[in-house]
Design a protein. Structure first.
Length: 404
């Protein structure tokens, strides 16, 4: 007799699988099988399974299998009769479904675009007929649009409209976009600039490439905003930084963001030279994304931006107390399994660091996630949480990262 426990949530399965440690008594093998090919018939009736065996297998498992030798060592089996093993099958367990009251909820993300609109962005994208600012800006809008309801978006555009300017307007200026709901930000990004020019905010000007000044403006935007969920910074530029470029200062800004869990992505559209590529690679390395990305066309640029933004959006559990609609029979045998990036891992009750991870009530009906494990479940670290009863051979889960 075997049992398996399963807890299905909205979008998440809580599974408890096991060969049960308890089972009702019962006759298990009562055949009087006729002999085949001259074998001795199995004439003994299987006895009732002993209550303490846990599997309802008595000592007389006579299946009368036509002359097959009795190798089970069961004294009550008839000579020549096949007797099934009394031992439980540890891997082929049955199943039973349970339900829990925990739900999955959307976890919106945040993205800050830093967009180059210097004079060189007025040049035609290599191999096309569209100015780089228009092709790249259209790709940016197309990438953000599908996720607008799940994003908080900010944008820093550089330089400002002054002739050969090295200035970047502060985030509070009407030419910039402080963090706001995605749909509002996109509407503002596509509307005419406050100056009345009938072009969107990301259209090119006649200025230079003040990348450091743009990063400084972005730092103010991030530090003055109240953001929940994951945040990504995406720099789109076509030229080598100039003006008051200071690589050490730029790296320090990006490194500080990375320490807060904010990744910086550098996307270089055609026009980035050798020195510019080195600088962008340095920023990407400091920002936790290893190297800069060089899309060959607007379609690739759109795909890259969408991939990055998608990573900021996740789903998490609405709470850390999970009530099962049917308690497990042996709470101590329950395993908690988390799935992170497609990998299943067995979470111990206590991590190797000594931190408590989770508990189950004495009656086996309520599970509570604790501490950083609870925070990780809520912030979307895990795609799924299962509960498996026995028959578990998975690597141990490491302690989750401490929330920032």
């Amino acid at each position: 007799m075997r049992e398996q426990w399963l807890c299905m949530m909205s979008g998440v399965a809580l599974l408890a699988a096991a060969c049960s440690a308890t089972a009702p008594t019962g006759a298990h093998g009562q055949g009087a099988g006729a002999a085949n090919g001259g074998g001795v018939s199995g004439s003994g009736a299987g006895s009732t399974g002993a209550a303490d065996s846990g599997f309802g297998n008595g000592s007389g498992n006579n299946y009368g299998d036509g002359g097959l030798p009795n190798t089970s060592g069961d004294a009550a089996c008839a000579v020549g009769a096949f007797c099934a093993s009394n031992m439980p099958d540890p891997t082929n367990c049955g199943s039973e479904t349970l339900k829990g009251d925990v739900k999955m909820i959307d976890m919106p993300g945040n993205v800050l675009m830093i967009f180059d609109r210097s004079g060189s962005m007025s040049q035609v994208w290599t191999g096309g007929k569209t100015p780089k600012w228009q092709a790249a800006g259209g790709a940016m809008i197309s990438a953000l649009m599908p996720l607008q309801d799940k994003l908080t978006i900010g944008a820093v555009f550089f330089p400002n409209n002054a002739f050969f300017s090295c200035s970047v307007d502060p985030i509070t200026n009407m030419d910039q976009i402080a963090f706001m709901p995605g749909a509002m930000a996109l509407a503002k990004m596509q509307a005419a600039a406050p100056s009345g020019t009938p072009t969107p905010l990301y259209s090119a000007t006649i200025g230079q490439t003040p990348t450091l000044e743009a990063l400084q403006a972005a730092d103010v935007a991030i530090s003055t905003a109240t953001l929940k969920g994951a945040t990504a910074v995406i720099l789109v530029t076509d030229g080598d930084p100039n003006c008051k470029w200071d690589q050490t200062m730029a790296v320090n800004i990006v490194t500080a963001w990375a320490a807060k869990g904010i990744k910086t992505y550098a996307l270089g559209v055609p026009g980035v030279g050798g020195t510019g590529a080195q600088n962008l690679n340095t920023l990407a390395m400091a920002g936790g994304t290893m190297q800069y990305i060089a899309p060959t066309d607007a379609t690739t640029l759109q795909m890259k931006i969408q991939e990055i933004v998608q990573q900021t959006v996740s789903v998490g559990f609405d709470n850390c107390v999970i009530h099962l609609d049917k308690p497990t029979s042996v709470p101590d045998k329950l395993h908690l399994v988390v799935t992170s990036k497609g990998v299943d891992q067995d979470v111990p009750h206590t991590f190797s660091t000594g931190e408590k991870a989770w508990t189950i009530s004495a009656d086996g009906g309520t599970v509570e996630l604790l501490g950083n494990l609870c925070a990780a479940a809520k912030n979307g670290t895990y795609e799924k949480i299962d509960f498996k009863f026995g028959c578990v051979e998975l690597p141990a889960a490491p302690p989750p990262p401490v929330p920032q």
